[in-house]
Design a protein. Structure first.
Length: 623
């Protein structure tokens, strides 16, 4: 016969199973507000039945049930949905970060009209116009100086605002990199604990929740994907690179870059290779700093450098009311003291590069004249060199436009003396310096004998900045040393002019070598710069610069906000779906507690009945 006490054991198992279920429901209620917690469910199964070999199978089955048992405590989680959220979430944080910082950038461009760069530049041009009509008037010269100071102050303030945002973004990048490294280490450590727990036969639900929460937070910072190849190995990838493999975590580091305003680039700490982050908060921050803000600063520097250079070019060749000449109206700071622009770029004590900003040819050119030459110019570009071809039927103006429309970082125009000028632009690649002509070469004779810039054609006569005294390749052309980084940050009116406003030059020397007090030709020429096609690149005039810069910032800010709202709506749907599956519903848990309580009471009643039966058998059964 069966065991007399088997019913007690069966009832005990039922009581223990329902106790586990009630305790798990209470655990769910306790963690209803815990970040990243997934509700848990007790998986119950029938206990292994007892085989009765002493009974004949023809009479009865031979398998007697032994009650219930707790098989496991499982968390309710949809891994496919988790993977989708992980892969999608970085888009939301990417556009959220861009939207927030573009709000700051827009505030810099939305200046009050009386202090904006454009307003002060308009007043500056007007002051020269007034001086051209009253060149003998000292107050007109004072107006030029005062409005010039107002203009430089507004340019300095705008540069400081943009650089302030860049510095803020850089600090945010440093903090975010530390967060990413910390999350990667924590995930790797939890992976080790999960493996050990599973090795002992446990189901580490809370550890899995903690790991998923860290992955969730990490996916907001960088564009990651996860891979669960088996129950013991968990991978996290960033742009195809392994970030976490089981219990091993790789980390990022920051490495200094020359000519990048002191900002660092992101690299893998173990290999030193560049790390590519295209999504998440970190990807947005790097793009904002190294592309968006950098482009805005470069655009402002380009405008400032060319504006000052063009005004100075006229002013230094004109005469003030005190007959002083040769003065620059705006101060310009040379990057190096060496007159040939020689610079020790690698810091080994030897001059190895030449930092030259501008070449001016020796031959006067007619913009409408056909050149009658054929060849190909090779100019420095964003990544390597670009080639610009010219043909015999091309006019000088056509060739200049072709240079400016190319992707090269060397641009051209004719100066006031009709000489060809080649100027360096800002560099797209952070590894290259701004306002430095890096390479100029001509297979033909347009840049040599025709315009008088290079001394020889072909590769042997090329100008290349990666050497000392590179200016020896020039055919007597005038050149100017590159300015100190960020001219928009330090441009000022020449102190000599501020000390004596009569030094403001408004006149040119006439054919007889005299300077007339009523001559305002120089002032007219400076005032005309406003609407002359003088800007470097696709922005032909200063008005084009202001219109394009404001429009560009506004459109990018609008794009960031629209994309953020779109991705936020998508993520809200996904999170709500996950919460409906994994989130704790208090009403549901209370209902389960009541259900398991009834089961517990029934099991206890069963034990009581069985105890009564045993009492009858043991104490009341008489022979």
């Amino acid at each position: 016969m069966g065991s007399t006490f088997s019913g007690i054991e069966l009832g005990k198992r039922s009581i223990m199973a329902h106790t586990d279920a009630i305790q798990t429901a209470g655990h769910n209620i306790s963690n209803a507000d815990t970040e990243g917690y997934s509700r848990q469910r007790v998986q119950m199964k029938e206990f292994d039945p007892l085989y009765r070999p002493d009974l004949e199978r023809a009479e009865r089955p031979g398998m007697i049930g032994q009650g219930i048992d707790t098989q496991s405590v499982e968390r309710v989680r949809d891994e496919m949905l988790d993977n989708r959220i992980t892969e999608q979430q970085h888009h939301e944080s990417y556009w959220d970060t861009r939207s927030k910082y573009y709000t700051m950038i827009e505030q810099i461009y939305n200046e009050p009209e009386d202090v904006s760069v454009r307003s002060n530049m308009d007043k500056f041009w007007q002051s020269w116009q007034e001086l051209s009509m009253h060149p003998e008037n000292q107050s007109a010269r004072q107006a030029v100086v005062t409005r010039g100071e107002n203009l430089t102050d507004s340019i300095n303030a705008k540069w400081e605002g943009l650089m302030g945002i860049g510095t803020l973004i850089n600090a945010d990048i440093e903090a975010t990199v530390k967060q990413v490294n910390d999350y990667a280490r924590q995930i790797a450590a939890i992976n080790g604990e999960i493996v050990r727990s599973r090795g002992m036969g446990d189901n580490p639900n809370d550890l899995l929740d903690r790991r998923d929460l860290l992955v969730d937070k990490l996916s907001k910072l960088v564009n990651i994907t996860t891979d669960r190849r088996d129950s013991d190995e968990f991978f996290v990838h960033v742009d195809g690179q392994v970030l976490v493999q089981g219990g091993i975590a790789r980390t990022f580091d920051l490495e200094a870059v020359i000519d990048n305003n002191g900002y660092d680039k992101l690299v893998w700490k173990d290999t030193g290779n560049d790390a590519v982050i295209k999504g998440g908060k970190l990807g947005a921050l790097i793009e904002l700093r190294d592309v968006d803000v950098r482009n805005e600063v470069q655009s402002l520097n380009t405008m400032t450098m060319n504006f000052a250079d063009l005004v100075n070019d006229v002013h230094r060749n004109a005469y003030g009311a005190n007959h002083v000449t040769g003065l620059d109206f705006f101060t310009q700071r040379s990057f190096v003291e060496n007159v040939n622009g020689n610079y020790d770029r690698d810091g080994d004590g030897q001059m190895d590069h030449s930092y030259i900003f501008r070449f001016t040819g020796t031959t006067k050119l007619n913009p409408q004249e056909q050149i009658g030459l054929e060849g190909t110019m090779t100019l420095s570009g964003p990544n390597g060199n670009v080639q610009v071809a010219y043909h015999p039927t091309d006019t000088v103006e056509t060739v200049i436009n072709r240079i400016n429309d190319s992707n090269g970082e060397v641009k051209a125009y004719l100066d006031r003396n009709s000489n060809l000028v080649l100027k360096a632009t800002t560099a797209q690649n952070v590894e290259n310096p701004d306002f430095v002509i890096r390479h100029v070469e001509d297979s033909g004779f347009f840049l040599t004998g025709y315009s008088g810039i290079l001394s020889a054609s072909g590769e042997q006569g090329a100008y290349d900045f990666a050497q000392e005294d590179a200016v020896n390749a020039l055919a007597g052309a005038q050149f100017a040393v590159s300015p100190v980084l960020n001219p928009a940050g330090y441009i000022q009116v020449n102190q000599s002019i501020k000390n004596d406003v009569m030094s403001v030059a408004a006149a040119f020397m006439d054919n007889s070598g005299n300077v007339n007090a009523g001559d305002g030709r120089a002032a007219v020429e400076i005032a005309s710069i406003r609407n002359t096609k003088v800007m470097i690149g696709h922005e032909r005039t200063f008005d084009d610069y202001f219109a394009d810069s404001v429009t560009n910032v506004g459109l990018k800010g609008e794009q960031a906000e629209n994309n953020f709202n779109s991705h936020m709506a998508i993520m809200n749907d996904l999170r709500e779906m996950r919460d409906s599956i994994s989130g704790v519903n208090i009403d549901e848990e209370l209902s389960d507690i009541i259900k398991f309580q009834h089961g517990y009471n029934a099991a206890a009643k069963f034990v009581t009945v069985w105890d009564s039966l045993l009492d009858t058998v043991i104490n009341r059964l008489k022979v």
